[in-house]
Design a protein around this ligand. Structure first.
Ligand SMILES: [Zn+2]
Length: 271
């Protein structure tokens, strides 16, 4: 954040707070709060504030407006912090975005979905798991490892084709997803499934900031085995097609799309 953008940024913060009850822990400003001392640039840029605001507007619109958004999430504080290699982290009323590099609209919606789930005692992801016919069983996952259908190494994901842990139950959580998610890897579980399903729903064929990524997640399964996708790297995409590629390439045919559509319209409610 440059000093000249300071007023513009302050206005945006007020808007985010008023409209969505989203507050940002900012790291820019004067070293002394009374306005003296050197300017501190911080890790946020004004274009990131725009990106954040756009992503929130897109999600709120799907939820039926800003009031419903506030009702679903109950207020969230966003900060940037050093959280390792992944792009974000979320708890009830709290989201951390990586201070390294920037974030995407996809990451914002994904993390907001976690905060929404957290605000409902993580019961939304339990509901998704049930709705799609999945279950979580670390025991069955261990059994599967000894018999068949294990596409990872003995200790988890490996960085080579066919070893990322994409098959049902082949992940750290022992998550046996049902129907067809848009993807899976070693870190997949019902919470990640819920967050990705919300982002997929919001981005699918709507021409917004999430659309390119939503379509890329599906189109990668049309590649040949061993082919390198520019966003997702090399994998045996053709082999995985039957687990993840929706009927006719149409994501609205999946149970996940229907589930998110129903919660967005208040047809599924959890206490
Ligand atoms: Zn996540």
């Amino acid at each position: 954040m440059e000093q000249t953008e300071f007023k513009k940024a302050a206005k945006k913060l007020t808007q985010l707070e008023k409209m969505y009850q989203i507050s940002l822990l900012t790291d820019w400003g004067y070293k002394n709060p009374e306005g003296s001392g050197p300017w501190r640039k911080g890790t946020w840029s004004i274009s990131e504030l725009d990106k954040l605001q756009n992503a929130l507007a897109i999600l709120a619109n799907y939820m039926g407006g800003a009031d419903q958004f506030i009702k679903n999430l109950g207020g969230v504080t966003i900060k940037k912090s050093n959280i390792g290699s992944h792009g974000g982290e979320a708890l009830k009323h709290q989201i951390s975005l990586s201070a390294k590099g920037t974030f995407s609209a996809w990451t914002v919606v994904h993390e907001m979905a976690h905060a929404w789930d957290a605000n409902h005692q993580w019961k939304l992801s339990v509901a998704l798991e049930r709705y799609t016919g999945g279950f979580t069983s670390p025991t069955l996952s261990k059994i599967k490892k000894f018999f068949s259908g294990w596409d990872a190494g003995p200790l988890g994901e490996e960085d080579r084709p066919g070893r990322h842990g994409r098959l049902r139950g082949c992940n750290a959580a022992g998550y046996f997803y049902g129907d067809k998610p848009s993807g899976s890897n070693w870190n997949f579980n019902r919470k990640e499934d819920f967050a990705e399903s919300v982002a997929m729903y919001v981005g699918w064929h709507t021409n917004n900031d999430l659309t390119y990524w939503a379509e890329s997640r599906i189109n990668r399964y049309l590649l040949e085995n061993g082919a390198k996708d520019k966003n997702f790297g090399a994998d045996n995409w053709a082999d995985y097609k039957r687990y993840f590629y929706p009927e006719g390439g149409d994501y609205t045919k999946t149970k996940r799309w229907k589930f998110v559509d129903e919660i967005m319209h208040g047809k599924i409610q959890v206490s």
